[in-house]
Design a protein around this ligand. Sequence first.
Ligand code: FES
Length: 228
Amino acid sequence: MQTDFSPDWHPVAPSAGLHAGANIVAGFAAGQELALWRAADGRAQAWENRCPHRSVRFTLGTVAGDQLACAYHGWQYAAGSGQCTRIPAHPAMQVPQSVCAKVFDVSEAAGMLWVRLAASGTADVPRDDAVPSGWSFGRTLSVRADLAQVRDALAARGFATQGSHAALRGRLGGVDTVALLLDARPQLAFLHLWTEATPGSAAMATLHRAARELRAAVEALQPPQAAP
Ligand code: FES
């Protein structure tokens, strides 16, 4: 298995959760809040979750074809470039090119949407073999801990990297599993769990139970929150 693609790529969400021309999904990567969506022609998008006009979250908006419309004043932005194309209050106005959503690079592989935050970086992209062919998506597990602590917990359970910074493989509850790791923000990590188990099977239920136990064990290590 070759998965030593650039560590700049973050696995933010399962691809299947983004429906063409339909929904907007909230995401995080390394502290960056994201609006994830898919244009009607299928192109996946990852934008800073903030309208350039008055900073309203794009995730409150709607997708119309290849445009994302902000919920507040209805300004519309084009897939790909993020360029504002229409201001409903001034329909005849030529929108300045400076009015543009912040757009990040995306790649789809191994059933996931990957985002690269760095404006420049290496060209290598995630590959489908980050997850074995034919495996199923189990769940995304959120853990209130830094990613390093989650890595340590997985390593203690026998998980090992597959050549990529983001992919660890091992057995969770005895079920062969790949965990794609996402540093969402400080004290919050996501594990996208892919498995040999089939949806609805007893093995999948066992995996889910083991994942919850893993989360409880890691979160139990966190220092108590100071009283407000
Ligand atoms: S805040 Fe988005 S259009 Fe005004």
